[in-house]
Design a protein. Structure first.
Length: 272
């Protein structure tokens, strides 16, 4: 097996999604068997799911005017505000032991190293095998990711959501994105919902984004991003049963990555 870990630091949303697409291509041709990537966002960015209608989920013009960014993920799921968090991506062939099987089985398998990483940090967490939609169903418009708790997503024992995740499978390659919150910035997305969103709906969403979310620094105020990256690295090594080699992401900068950045730019300009 050939497993690597990229720590890419903070980048713009387009670069982040283009890099993960590039990793999918490289896994597809056999460059690596398994890739863990950990990263951040600068400036703050809203990402929407692969199949979402941009204009139904976010007021992009206002978001961009205020200096934030927006991007479409190659994974599913719903809108997420990315700011004070650590994001991870997992890329592997669909037959890799950690991600193989049904969607539910893959979700369960991948949640285990997340739980183990939290245990390393002495942060109490739990997972559930059922979905919980706090503010309408999964197809409700203008309903951010962190208002619901999906199957096997990592939360706290009192039922709050700590990690938001989404998956995709494309031409033999698995990709999962996940946001692990250090602070609860998710309320900010309410300022950028479409103008058609009612005051009543915003009030409901505000309640769930405030009461239904947990963040790492409420348990460990001094926790740093590097602490979590190290815990994830160690946990994935244990689950994989092999060393997870650090790799230099700058070696992948080049023409193909630039092409994928332009592709991501075009995708977010489309409504669907």
């Amino acid at each position: 097996m050939n497993a690597v870990h990229f720590r890419t630091g903070k980048h713009e949303g387009l670069w982040n999604m283009a890099f993960d697409k590039y990793l999918m291509e490289l896994v597809r041709v056999g460059r690596w068997d398994f890739v863990l990537r950990t990263y951040g966002w600068e400036p703050a960015c809203v990402s929407i799911g692969k199949l979402q209608n941009r204009n139904s989920e976010i007021n992009c013009d206002l978001l961009l005017r205020d200096g934030y960014h927006v991007v479409r993920r190659p994974t599913g799921g719903r809108a997420v505000w990315h700011e004070t968090e650590l994001t991870y991506s997992i890329t592997a062939g669909i037959e890799h032991p950690l991600v193989s099987g049904s969607i539910s089985e893959a979700l369960r398998k991948v949640s285990m190293p997340m739980v183990n990483a939290m245990n390393i940090l002495d942060i109490p967490v739990s997972v559930s095998s059922s979905d919980r939609h706090r503010a309408g169903g999964p197809r409700m418009k203008s309903n951010p990711c962190f208002t619901s708790h999906g199957k096997w997503e990592v939360g706290t024992p009192d039922g709050r959501k700590l990690v938001g995740s989404a998956q995709a499978r494309s031409r033999g390659v698995f990709l999962e994105h996940g946001s692990i919150l250090f602070l609860n910035d998710q309320m900010k997305i309410l300022d950028y919902l479409p103008h058609t969103t009612s005051t009543h709906q915003k009030s409901i969403l505000a309640h769930h984004l405030k009461e239904g979310i947990a963040c790492l620094r409420e348990f460990k105020p001094d926790l740093e991003m590097l602490d979590l990256e190290n815990a994830l690295h160690s946990s994935f090594e244990d689950v994989l049963g092999e060393d997870l080699q650090y790799s230099n992401f700058e070696a992948l900068n080049g023409e193909r990555l630039n092409e994928l950045i332009n592709e991501c730019r075009n995708e977010i300009q489309e409504k669907t």
